[in-house]
Design a protein around this ligand. Sequence first.
Ligand code: CA
Length: 535
Amino acid sequence: MMRRDFAAALAVAIVPVLAAAAAPAAAGNGTACANLAALTIPNVTIRSATTMPPGAFTPPGARQEMQVPAFCRVEATARPTSDSEIKFEVWIPPVDTWNGKFQGVGNGGYQGSITYTAMAAALRKGYATASTDTGHTGDDMKFGQEHPEKIVDYAHRAIHVMTETSKLIVRDAQGRFADKSYFVGCSAGGQQALSEAQRYPEDYDGIVAGDPANNRIRQTFGFLYSWMATHTKEGAPIFTPQKLALLSKSSVEACDAIDGLKDGLVDDPRKCHFDPVKLLCKNGASGTDEAACLSQPQVDAAKKMYEGLKSPKTGETIYTGWPRGSEGFGDNASQSWRQYITDQKEPARVDFFRYFLFHDPNWDYRSIDWDRDLAYAEQKMPWFPSVDRDLSGFKKHGGKLVMYTGWMDPVVPPQDTVAYYDGVAKTMGGIEKTREFYRFFLAPGMGHCAGGPGPNTFDALGALEQWVEKGAAPDKLVATHSTNGKVDRTRPLCVYPQVARWKGAGSSDEAANFACVSDGPAPARKTTTGGGLKE
Ligand SMILES: [Ca+2]
């Protein structure tokens, strides 16, 4: 329904734009930057089009400047509905430094702002690039109150409208359409990436989805449950950061060797069943011991966090728990349960319930009925998450999708990302057929989108481009880990469900000494009864 409206809008949009581009300029030439402001695109206002010199650029609202090459900066606002106010920018390199490609970049959290740093990175590599504020300002959710269309803009429409319109603007500026279009995003950007593949399969030729927060309704329920599990009835946090770090350290120590290599990394935390009761403080513990042990409420809270949210009615999992190792593996709040769970004064994203779902700013999270309210949310807002397992539109378009996630992600549990991929494989005719267009890479010891003790820096877009442009599908991504800016470990991230195994000789800090192999009870292959994947 909505998709068809957009197709119609695009058909209308192309006509005047192409006419404008073809008329005064010589064939093959683009429109001068400043003249792009005169473009007429239905439901879009071009606010400015400015030639920017190379050098320092300070994004609106930022304190720090960035270094950028010369580009044409287009600021625009799209209003696909009367309630919409989707701001976006398109940055276009001069035609002689353009790599011929378009890159849409994603957002983080509920971030109502343009992702300038990602745009600058894309521009430096020669891409024309675009980013949107997703239709609202600021990282809180009050914008949704009385503005249902703005929630839809945030959920999936803004990225699509940005993409569709930016392609036209780039075409005008350069005198031709981009050869290939890519989308790159992590976290909320990963959700946007999967949303594009699911809802608007023709927007992009290649998509990178990192640590995708695509199961957004259930993740929000998971945040609420996790907050209640890790706080007292009075709302005091049960864990200190030190206890979270103790849990991470103890989990990894207990499970490091399961994968056959003692390297400080747990290849697959689903195989780790470390019981936090082993850290329970003994009676009469000294002060020193107390720092290295857990109280009973802490043990109980950790167990709930690992187990995740289960339906009180049926016992079935509503949202998976967080993996062992993700509790507190780094000094930053984002490298632990702190940022989204234990440091929060109230459950993270509780405003989803207040402003998006129940339209009641006074809604009390203690009143949650997990089964009833989940059913209501999923029935009322099926367009909010991006959990459609049928990617046949994207496959038919010839699109390629590279997804990655960190096995220590404390924000989006990697088990949920695995479950989504397995679900797609089941829907799309098995894992082999799915791998023809959609590949998944899990990074042991990596946190949310970046960081962590495991190798966590890799070129997913580069691998995707080889696939899209040369037909070379990636079997692995070589990842690096750095300390103080110096690479001290490299390791292949293998295409799921393969894992990296040390060959038994040479340094275990060098990727060349690892092979990608099938591991343990591999997902069920085709059987004579036509089985496919197990859930
Ligand atoms: Ca290990």
